[in-house]
Design a protein around this ligand. Sequence first.
Ligand SMILES: [Zn+2]
Length: 350
Amino acid sequence: MYKKTMSAMLAVGLVLSVGVASAQEPVQKPNAQAASAFDNKIIKKISSDNMYNTIAKLSAQPREAGTEGEWIGVQYIKSQFEQLGYETELQPFTFNEVVRGTGSLTVNGATLDPYVFSGSYSAEVTADIVHVGLAKSGEVPDEVRGKIALIERGEITFVEKIQNVLDKGAVGVIMYNNSGTSNRFGQANAGQNIPAVAITREQGLELVNQLKGGPVEATIKVEGSGFVEKTSYNVIAKMKPHKNKDTNQVVMIGAHHDSVAGGPGANDDASGVSAVLELARVMANMPTDTELRFVTFGAEEKGLLGSYHYAGSLSEEDADRIVAHFQMDMVGARDAGGRSSSRWINHVYN
Ligand SMILES: [Zn+2]
């Protein structure tokens, strides 16, 4: 890689480590001469006021993917790139937004107050219950066909469990917890067209007991639940290298612009966007031998959807040209670079 590509990469690294917060990876130290060049060309030009201004503008309203708030943020980011002279493009993509509705559960005439799975299919079904344990693949009995599957939570994801009983012809799902006293869990996928509700461990074990005495009939009713198609956007700004000194390589700098529902998302991730925009400003007239590509992604909070869509949209040739990507998430806080999210992800899906 050529020197100017390295200067772009190091500049990003230095902003992460010096300008905003701590870097995730230690930045390789440039030699003294190169370091002072970075200082003069990049670091000294970084304006924290600009960055705070971006954060204030973006966090004026929540920017949940697929909402008006995201659209306002996207328009702002696009206009900033364009003012800096970048060739800028909006890349729209659709996704299914999960909606959790309301529901009821009646078992042998007694009413339970279940928790409706996020995205559960909305329907009313009445059938006998069949206990299928953990509903692992290959372990679901054939007798669940046309019946409501009573499933224990744990070991595999909610979605896998629903799919395994759906494949065997079940018409509904009642899932009971594997510990504690809560019934608040569960998520279905789009296309899993049977209603699914959750109950407590105690309620589940009571049903298992009742089934030992003979057939138990249940009615599950779910309303206003399912998936709604929404549109989110990636914002892509490109700076072409000098045409006589083109490495044909690309360095990318990215952040996600969407926030969680109802949150201003100042740190997560207007801070990352502010770093992207400020680097775009500082580098706007910097001659390079490598294409710089600044991207803000949509629907990160819905499961990295924007970045998946972007990666999927690249031709193999274009993907091969990308030699580095710097992703800035929550760079505005002292704990930047933490690894706190993996435990949460496990909790949500199984
Ligand atoms: Zn984030």
